[in-house]
Design a protein around this ligand. Structure first.
Ligand code: 5GP
Ligand code: MG
Length: 185
C-alpha cells in the first residue's frame, strides 16, 4: 500500500521524539562537531529534502565556519525502498580538499548514504563524516557507519521535523511513528 490515505495510516498518539528532546540533542551534536573540527571550516552537505530542518538547525549552533550545500537523493517511494538511488544535483562547488559532513535524516539500509558518499569521495575531500538525525541500525544492509547520531530508533516508519510520508507531515514539530490501521476493522 503506497498511497497516502488518512484511513490507512495514523500518527502515533504520542510523539516518538518530542521537539524539546530533538532541540536538546541538536545542541549537543553541534557542540561536539564544533569541538572536534575546531580551527577548521566544514562543508555541511544536507541530503534533500528530509534533512533540511535538522541541517539548518544544526549548523546555526556550530561555532566554527560552515558552508552549506545540498544534494538530492531519492531512494524511496512510499514506505519501502525502491532500490536504486538517484542523485539529481550535488554541491555547487566540488568538495575537493574540504572537510565534509554529510547530513542525513535517517540512516536506514545505508543505501542513500553509500551512494552520496561514493559521489563525494570521487571529488577527493580532505575528510568525510556522516551526521544523521536518526539511525535505524537493525535495517542496515550497506556498510555505513554514522560518526554523529541524534537518536537510535527501531524499524518504525517515522514522520515530522522534515521527514515525510509521500511529501506530507514534514511540517510536524515533533517526530511521530506512522502506524498502519487495519482497514477491515
Ligand atoms: P536508506 O537509503 O538508508 O535505506 O534510506 C535512507 C532514506 O530513506 C532516508 O534519507 C529517508 O529519506 C528514507 N527513510 C528511511 N526511513 C525512513 C522513515 O522512517 N521515515 C521517513 N520519512 N523516511 C525514511
Ligand atoms: Mg525521504
Amino acid at each position: 500500500m503506497n498511497r497516502f490515505d488518512r484511513e490507512a495510516f495514523k500518527l502515533g498518539a504520542q510523539p516518538l521524539i518530542p521537539r524539546n528532546q530533538i532541540d536538546q540533542r541538536v545542541v549537543e551534536l553541534a557542540g561536539q562537531i564544533g569541538h572536534e573540527y575546531r580551527g577548521l571550516e566544514v562543508v555541511a552537505v544536507a541530503i534533500l529534502k528530509g534533512s533540511v530542518f535538522f541541517a539548518t538547525d544544526l549548523i546555526q549552533l556550530i561555532e566554527i565556519p560552515v558552508v552549506l550545500e545540498f544534494i538530492r537523493a531519492k531512494s524511496y517511494a512510499g514506505m519501502s525502498s525502491t532500490g536504486a538511488v538517484q542523485l539529481t544535483f550535488g554541491p555547487e562547488r566540488p568538495v575537493t580538499g574540504r572537510h565534509v559532513i554529510l547530513v542525513e535524516d535517517v540512516l536506514d539500509t545505508g543505501r542513500t548514504s553509500a551512494a552520496v558518499l561514493d559521489h563525494l569521495l570521487s571529488e577527493r575531500p580532505e575528510s568525510v563524516a556522516i551526521c544523521t538525525l536518526l539511525d535505524k541500525p537493525s535495517q542496515r544492509t550497506f556498510e555505513i557507519h554514522a560518526d554523529y547520531v541524534g537518536f537510535t530508533i527501531g524499524d518504525e516508519f517515522v514522520v515530522g521535523y522534515g521527514l515525510d510520508y509521500e511529501e506530507r507531515f514534514r511540517n510536524l514539530r515533533d517526530i511521530y511513528a506512522l502506524e498502519a490501521v487495519d482497514d477491515r476493522a
